[in-house]
Design a protein around this ligand. Structure first.
Ligand code: SF4
Length: 185
């Protein structure tokens, strides 16, 4: 189904495979129309990074577009500290470390390593309460790495015409529900 997979699609796919299609369909221009308030605030958490005003220190990379050849993944790294060999993903408020979050940082980690950067620590940072959540490196968590690979395979082999949503709660919380013909609300 896909050539390159966006890092963000790893998370979207776990929420609901059909949501990826709507995400692509509405894209950036209509994002404000479809994105819920909390999701917009989450996006805002990345604004400082994308506009490059977080840090001017030489050893810190932010908002860098990267590509991971091994898995065919494309996206942006949030923050990488070369001195500490630390990869950090900042999100607005984190209560639970979902698998989708871990997959996104794995993607960033693999892409950075392909570019020759060393990653020895991964942290997901919650901005509103200033909490850090350490994520074990992919090679230290065999089960999660397997799930990551399986998700990539599932995305590549996914067929929307065969998909049926069964979890009404997901649809109730989905910004694409009004436009989606797979919804069960
Ligand atoms: S409305 Fe339901 S089926 Fe459609 S994209 Fe959202 S969660 Fe998936």
């Amino acid at each position: 189904m896909y050539g390159e997979i966006l890092f963000t699609q790893l998370n979207d796919f776990i929420f609901c495979p059909a949501s990826i299609y709507f995400h692509m369909l509405y894209g950036e221009t209509d994002r404000m129309l479809y994105q819920s308030q909390s999701q917009i605030r989450g996006t805002d958490a990345h604004k400082t990074i994308d506009s490059g005003n977080y840090s001017t220190r030489k050893n810190i990379l932010t908002g860098l577009s990267v590509y991971c050849e091994e898995f065919g993944l494309i996206g942006k790294i949030d923050l990488y500290d070369a001195e500490k060999r630390l990869l950090m993903e900042r999100k607005r408020t984190v209560k639970v470390i979902y698998d989708g979050y871990v997959f996104q940082v794995y993607a960033q980690c693999f892409a950075l390593r392909e570019m020759g950067y060393e990653v020895e620590k991964i942290v997901i940072h919650s901005l509103t309460d200033n909490k850090n959540y350490a994520v074990p490196l992919p090679e230290k968590d065999e089960k999660m790495l397997e799930k990551f690979k399986q998700t990539i395979y599932d995305i590549r082999t996914f067929r929307l015409d065969e998909f049926e949503q069964t979890n009404i709660e997901k649809c109730k919380n989905c910004i694409y529900e009004p436009a989606c013909d797979r919804g069960v609300v």
